[in-house]
Design a protein around this ligand. Sequence first.
Ligand code: UDP
Ligand code: MG
Length: 314
Amino acid sequence: MLISLIVPCYNEEGSLPILYEALCDVRKSDTSDRNYEFIFVNDGSRDKTAEIIRDLAANDKGVKYIFFSRNFGKEAAMYAGMEKAKGDYIAIMDADMQDPPSLIPEMIKDLDSGEYDIVAARRVTRKGEPKIRSWFARRFYRLINRMCDVEIADGARDFRLMKREVVDAILSVKERQRFSKGIFAWVGFRTKWVEHENVERVAGETKWSFWKLFRYAIDGIVAFTTAPLRIATYMGFFFAFAGFAYMLYYFIRAIIGRFWTDVNIMGYPSLLCFILFIGGLILMALGLIGEYIGRIYIESKARPIYITSEESKD
Ligand code: UDP
Ligand code: MG
């Protein structure tokens, strides 16, 4: 029985040695006849990550690696790792120790029990994170869960141990702009959640700026639901109806005969407001449609999800 641990790494020279030690501890503490493979995916790091990984692989047969030709993002790194993994159980974890490796033995036991196909980690606190980031994150989960059919758990990390079937299912989802939190939920299977406190990264710093997270949130929504398009339609209906009612109102007033006496006052500012308001809404709806069309465009080009520049031999 083989267990694959996939680690996406981007500029992680500080944390990799610490993580590797922790993974070795996990491997050593396992007294059964399970084998382990560690798959490091170097996502175009600019620091010494590549050298460190090569070193580890030279001294440890259990270490496999893939290097990307440039930075393709964590989603691509996870995908590449899953493609390479040969294990019966496959885990994805961050390089910065925010996904505690010490949870792995427990997770393996949960899968062994046969009751679950996935054991996934969730952080129940967001200690050590900027307040507004947590606030926006909560809003995001509320919003996406209201709009999508799949349930995406608040605080869910990408840290999870999965059976082979689950990983095959995830790999069969071929879309290029991947939003894994959604794909994990979408493929289904029986999931057990283990909860843990937020852990701060051991070295280096987070690769996610606020705006990068914001874009990621929009990507997630656009990838998993077309509900925003429907909102544009509803708004269109609403304003068309309101406009019609308004017209009717003045028509009736004109018939009654008081048309020119008091209506012209403030006509110009109110007209301007309406034009700006409706114009803004139209542009917004167009932008929204553009988001979806842009995505169709990218998907239709069918480019590979990542490009490999170097790979360990199996
Ligand atoms: N990561 C990656 N490619 C990227 C950004 C991040 O492979 O473009 C990896 C990174 O090395 C780490 C994991 O994804 O192992 C999570 O990144 P980070 O800790 O910066 O995110 P956070 O924990 O702050 O959400
Ligand atoms: Mg992190």
